[in-house]
Design a protein. Structure first.
Length: 365
C-alpha cells in the first residue's frame, strides 16, 4: 500500500512494487523528529505568554490528571515530546543541529529528567490530559513546571538572535530553488517537474551516521546518478535540486526534483519511474525509490507535473513543492562530515537549437 504525505515520515515496507519502486509506510521513528520540531512553536508560544503556563494535577476528573491550565493543545504537544526516551533525544541531538529554541527546550527538560514519560506509567488521554496516580504525578508536575519556567526565561533572552541566524541558510535554500524555477519558466513556456525520493533498501548509514566512509558512498551514489541523468536527458533536462536527509530507522535518503522542457517531455510518471530505475542501477540495487508524480492526486496542493504560466495557482503549487524540499532546515539540519552541503540547485545549460517557445518575462513565484 502506498501512503503519500507532505511530511518526510515514511519507512520502506518489506515488499517492493514492480519496477523497483518502494512502498512507503508511516515511520513511527520519525514521529520523534516531528515531536522535537514542534517544540520550536511551543517555545514561541510560551515566550509570548504573560506568565508561566503552569501545569496542575486536577483530582476532579476520576483519576487525577495533569492539565495545562491555559492551553490544552500546548499541553498535548509537550506531552508528546516528553514521551521520547532520553537516549532517543540525545541520539537525535548528535545527528541534527536543531533550531535554537528546540535545543533550549531539550536542555530544559533534560535538566529535570522528564523524558521517558511512558516509564512513569502515565496514560495520555485525549486533548492533552494525562491520567495517573497522584503520588508520582505531583512530583513530575512540579519538575515539569520548573522546566517550562526555565525554558521561558532562557528562550526569551537567547532565542531571538540565535533563531534569526539559524534560519538564514534555510531561507537562502528556498530562495535559490524559487529563482531556479523562475529562470527556467522565463525561457520556456512549459516546465515538467518530476519529483523522486531516492532511498536505500537497508537503511544505509543508520548505525554510522558520522562515518566519513558511509557519507562518501552516499555522496558518490548521488553524483553518479545525476551524471547519468544529465547524459540520458541531455536535450530535455533544464535543472534540478536535491536535498539529503536522514531518518531514524531508514538512514540516508534524497529528495529530488528535476525540471524538464515541457515541449520535449510530457510523461512525468514514466520519467519518474525511469529516474528511479536509474538510481537502483547506479547503486547496484542497494537503492530504491518513490515516484511522487505517480500520486499527484493525493497531494492537497500539487506542485509537480506540467507547470505553465497558465497553470491555476502556479505560485502556490510551486511553493508547496519548494517548501517540502527545504522545510526541514528551518527546524533542524543534518550534521555531515566536514562542511559538506545537504542541498543544491543546478541549472543545466542547453545546446543551441533546443526546441520550445521562449519566454521573455516571468512572474511565477
Amino acid at each position: 500500500m502506498h501512503i503519500l504525505n507532505h511530511q518526510d515520515y515514511f519507512l520502506l515496507s518489506t515488499q517492493d512494487h514492480p519496477g523497483g519502486e518502494a512502498s512507503l509506510e508511516l515511520n513511527n521513528s520519525t514521529d520523534a523528529i516531528a515531536s522535537i520540531y514542534s517544540m520550536e512553536d511551543v517555545a514561541k508560544r510560551i515566550i509570548a505568554m504573560s506568565s508561566d503556563p503552569y501545569f496542575i494535577v486536577d483530582p476532579n476528573r476520576g483519576n487525577p490528571v495533569i492539565v495545562l491550565h491555559s492551553d490544552r493543545v500546548l499541553c498535548e504537544k509537550i506531552i508528546c515530546f516528553l514521551r521520547l526516551s532520553e537516549n532517543e533525544v540525545r541520539e537525535l541531538s548528535e545527528r541534527y543541529k536543531f533550531h535554537p529554541l528546540v535545543r533550549i527546550s531539550i536542555n530544559a527538560f533534560l535538566d529535570e529528567d522528564l523524558f521517558g514519560f511512558d516509564e512513569y506509567h502515565f496514560d495520555v488521554v485525549t486533548n492533552g490530559l494525562v491520567r495517573g496516580y497522584s503520588a508520582g504525578m505531583n512530583n513530575y508536575c512540579s519538575r515539569l513546571n520548573k522546566a517550562v519556567s526555565g525554558l521561558r526565561k532562557v528562550s526569551s533572552i537567547e532565542g531571538g538572535d540565535l533563531s534569526r541566524n539559524f534560519v538564514r541558510g534555510a531561507q537562502q535554500n528556498l530562495k535559490s530553488l524559487k529563482e531556479l524555477f523562475n529562470n527556467l519558466l522565463a525561457i520556456r513556456s512549459k516546465i515538467l517537474a518530476v519529483r523522486v525520493d531516492l532511498l536505500y533498501r537497508d537503511a544505509f548509514g543508520v548505525e554510522e551516521l558520522g562515518s566519513e566512509k558511509i557519507y562518501q558512498q552516499v555522496r558518490s551514489d548521488r553524483e553518479n546518478f545525476i551524471a547519468e541523468i544529465r547524459k540520458i536527458y541531455c536535450d530535455g533536462l533544464m535543472g534540478y535540486a536535491w536535498k539529503l536527509e536522514y531518518g531514524r530507522g531508514r538512514g540516508y535518503h534524497y529528495h529530488t526534483v528535476f525540471f524538464f522542457d515541457g515541449a520535449l517531455h510530457q510523461q512525468d510518471i514514466k520519467i519518474g519511474m525511469q529516474l528511479g530505475n536509474i538510481w537502483s542501477k547506479q547503486t547496484e540495487s542497494r537503492g530504491t525509490f518513490h515516484n511522487c508524480n505517480a500520486y499527484k492526486e493525493q497531494y492537497l496542493i500539487c506542485g509537480v507535473g506540467m507547470l505553465t504560466h497558465s497553470t491555476p495557482d502556479l505560485s502556490e503549487r510551486f511553493d508547496a513543492m519548494a517548501n517540502y524540499l527545504t522545510k526541514s532546515d528551518f527546524h533542524g539540519r543534518l550534521r555531515l562530515p566536514g562542511r559538506q552541503r545537504s542541498f543544491q540547485t543546478s541549472f543545466c545549460k542547453k545546446k543551441k537549437g533546443t526546441r520550445g517557445r521562449p519566454r521573455l518575462n516571468s512572474n511565477a513565484t
